[in-house]
Design a protein. Structure first.
Length: 243
């Protein structure tokens, strides 16, 4: 353990107390163990400037937590015709985990070329060839990315905010207008933040169906937008509903 790590632990103890510090240290150890087991390198926190991202709406790169991801995914009824899309896929941890579920395709969109190269390397190391063929990544701006019309699960781990997030929601809506279907949006946000939740609520065509709190740091929401079968061949207007 180096001097900087010791300083960080002391700072955490002063700021958060013993219980939260121990919980955080155990979680970090667990994250690094799972990375080691998969042979990948994703356990970093990277500021936008370090990743070459100049967008004011960009948040720092923080990897998806293994345990909470599994908990949230266990609530989804995933079939082999479902398609997973990670908006802001970073170094690829969520893509690697999603590839072990029965998705027909797993897609990642990342603004930073450097983070995306790391994701592709992690995918090659972690997944056997048969599973890698279903996983693909793209370097793109999520606010301008045309969401494929077969995507049924969109994953968002607080990669960006503000108008970029609002524009990404519009791109999801455009895809649903082209091809009406059931789509679920999974959002991870800081525990006390309401900005993303308010943005989704304001769009009017998605309904929150479940919330998973992981105090004291984060929360997950699952939203759903569904077109009843009788409307699927109609005018394409979306009707919100719950599962």
């Amino acid at each position: 353990m180096n001097l900087q790590t010791c300083k960080n632990i002391v700072r955490m103890l002063r700021t958060h107390g013993l219980r939260r510090t121990l919980r955080s240290l155990v979680q970090r150890a667990s994250e690094r163990y799972h990375d080691w087991r998969l042979g990948i390198d994703t356990s970093h926190v990277i500021q936008p400037a370090e990743a070459g991202v100049g967008c004011a709406d960009a948040n720092e790169y923080v990897p998806t937590d293994y345990c909470s991801f599994r908990r949230v995914m266990s609530d989804l009824d995933i079939h082999d015709d479902d398609v997973f899309l990670d908006l802001g896929s970073g170094m690829g941890r969520a893509l690697v985990m999603a590839a072990w579920y029965p998705f027909r395709r797993v897609l990642g969109v990342e603004y930073s070329p450097g983070l995306n190269r790391a994701a592709e390397a992690n995918i090659r190391r972690a997944l056997p060839a048969a599973r890698r063929t279903a996983v693909s990544t793209a370097v793109a701006d999520a606010s301008r990315y045309d969401v494929p019309d077969d995507v049924t699960v969109v994953y968002f781990f607080n990669s960006f905010r503000g108008e970029t997030f609002a524009s990404a929601l519009c791109k999801i809506r455009e895809s649903l207008d082209r091809t009406p279907r059931r789509l679920r949006l999974i959002c991870n946000v800081p525990f006390l933040s309401t900005n993303i939740e308010e943005r989704v609520r304001a769009c009017g065509w998605m309904k929150k169906v479940v919330e998973f709190p992981f105090p004291p740091t984060t929360r997950y929401f699952i939203y759903e937008s569904r077109v009843p079968p009788s409307s699927a061949s109609g005018d394409g207007q979306l009707v919100s509903g719950s599962s």
